[in-house]
Design a protein around this ligand. Structure first.
Ligand code: CP3
Length: 348
């Protein structure tokens, strides 16, 4: 099926565009009052994720407000560990917590691989419901957490500042950690293939905690598993959708990512967009990378930041305008309008 607005797909094939595609990480969510209303109606965040009608509605909300070039599945990266039996809870003000985190090697050995269609079918239902609402107008981005980032939460039990407990496995029990990553590779591959079958057009791997690793550990424990997933998607599932790899804080390793088989990389604000585009030139699309805190500033600062970014990047095929990380809950929705209006003015 042909997608009418194919700017994102063209950028991922490094084809020229009339203007760069734009979407924003966490474009649906708590900064939007209409989201908070639907979440209250659903009961909790996970109830919302399990309700295809309401989750697909929430995914549409930013598209009604803003001229965006892509939609993203409304779900969370921690659905797989939840399906593996860890008991995901979202405590208000605390973020995600697992009731039964992984404590030792035995826990990893006995960790079951979920049946993706049976236990995570609710996610595929959201993709299908989004497709009905969106029709062929816009691409849908499906996603998963990377094995390393999922392992961080599973070993730590919750989000922490430095994931020290999870990282200690790199030294104490690297083989146990590899076993966990292998199991996650298998589940993430099946999960992404199921999202593709349900109608996703692009797949994204969120490797939020790749930047906690040394360069060598990043290659071995984060990039390698993601490469295995991208290969298995093709060989095991015949899935050739473009994959965007977002390893936050890993801009020193763009050269490694260029060899990984992904179609595009997400970069955060720590690297100049010029520098990232230069390194990826002719090989990969680059997505990013405004510091999301600019959306907490005054309209003039937002406009001048967008202008600079645009001037630096517009000539590159394969540039995808985005933030360097997700929109924060405190962001006034009107500031997102300012950002996108400025971008539109520059593109016209
Ligand atoms: O538009 C979108 O991008 C929405 C889909 C989406 C969510 N989570 C919804 C969500 C996506 C792509 C994610 C990914 C995700 N989830 C990541 C990777 C990207 C990143 O931000 O680094 C991570 C690390 C998580 C884990 C997670 N989920 C945390 C740490 C939290 C709590 C704190 C926070 O950042 O929101 C969540 C909850 C969550 N995921 C919410 C939403 C809308 C908020 C839930 C609520 O209270 O309503």
């Amino acid at each position: 099926m042909v997608i009418e607005n194919d700017r994102l797909l063209r950028a991922l094939r490094l084809e020229p565009n009339d203007r760069p595609p734009v979407w924003l990480m966490r474009q649906a969510g708590r900064y939007l009052p209409e989201y908070l209303k639907v979440r209250a109606q659903a009961g909790s965040f996970m109830d919302l994720c399990r309700n295809a009608e309401l989750a697909s509605e929430v995914a549409m909300q930013p598209l009604r407000r803003y001229p965006l070039d892509a939609s993203i599945l409304f779900s969370d990266i921690l659905t797989i560990p939840d399906a593996m039996g860890l008991g995901l809870q979202f405590m208000s003000g605390e973020g995600p917590v697992f009731e039964r985190p992984i404590q030792n090697l035995k826990d990893i050995q006995s960790l079951p691989l979920p049946d993706v269609e049976e236990q995570l079918g609710y996610v595929m239902n959201v993709v299908r419901a989004m497709r009905i609402r969106i029709g062929q107008k816009l691409p849908i981005i499906g996603f998963s957490g990377s094995p390393w980032t999922l392992a961080c939460y599973m070993l730590e039990g919750r989000g922490t500042r430095d994931f020290a407990k999870a990282r200690s496995w790199l030294w104490r029990e690297p083989q146990g950690l590899q076993l966990l990553l292998d199991k996650l590779c298998s589940s993430v591959t099946d999960y992404l293939a199921a999202q593709a079958n349900a109608g996703a057009d692009v797949l994204m791997l969120f490797d939020t905690w790749g930047g906690l690793l040394s360069e060598a550990h990043y290659r071995e424990f984060s990039l390698q598993p993601m490469m295995k997933i991208m290969q298995a998607l093709q060989t095991r599932h015949g899935c050739s959708l473009p994959v965007i790899l977002f390893s936050k804080g890993c801009h020193t390793q763009i050269a490694d990512m260029c060899e990984s088989g992904c179609a595009g990389i997400g970069v955060d604000w720590r690297i100049d967009i010029n520098n990232a585009l230069q390194q990826a030139k002719g090989k990969l699309a680059v997505q990013g990378n405004l510091d999301p805190t600019v959306l907490l500033a005054d309209p003039e600062s937002i406009r001048s930041t967008v202008k600079k970014q645009f001037a630096d990047a517009v000539d590159h095929a394969g540039f995808i305008f985005n933030l360097g990380h997700g929109i924060m809950p405190e962001v006034p929705p009107d500031n997102v309008t300012v950002l996108l209006e400025q971008l539109r003015q520059l593109s016209d």
